[in-house]
Design a protein around this ligand. Sequence first.
Ligand code: SF4
Ligand code: SF4
Length: 129
Amino acid sequence: MVDKVQEQVEALRRLAHTPLQDCIQCGRCSAGCPVAFKMDLLPHRVVWELAQGNLETLLKATAPWQCVSCFACQNRCPRGVSPAAVMEALRLTAIRQQGANKYDAAQLEHFDPELPQQALVAVFRKFNK
Ligand code: SF4
Ligand code: SF4
């Protein structure tokens, strides 16, 4: 059980791919986040929780779904850490665990043909893993 949790923590860290250990908990990221007032875990706290390996706290947080991926946190960080990447890793993990949230190439016909190609690629990256 412990190994399974550790595996999931490592998978999350790999997905986030940001130097968690460099975070000094200065809070600049949270101070600049436009939706921090709605979050149950602020961006600096999300970074800290992943550094500590607190999987349960992270997976039940609603903050990743409030995050609008504006990257203000990443831009403000003096240590090159990206809370935005941690938020994205948490969203991806939740989506992958749901399993049913997947698309395959045959379903492309259901998409608006006017959609930009980048949007289709993004859908595939998010929902086809
Ligand atoms: S701004 Fe960077 S160093 Fe400061 S708390 Fe946020 S992630 Fe950590
Ligand atoms: S990317 Fe997300 S966590 Fe970072 S500042 Fe924007 S809304 Fe906040």
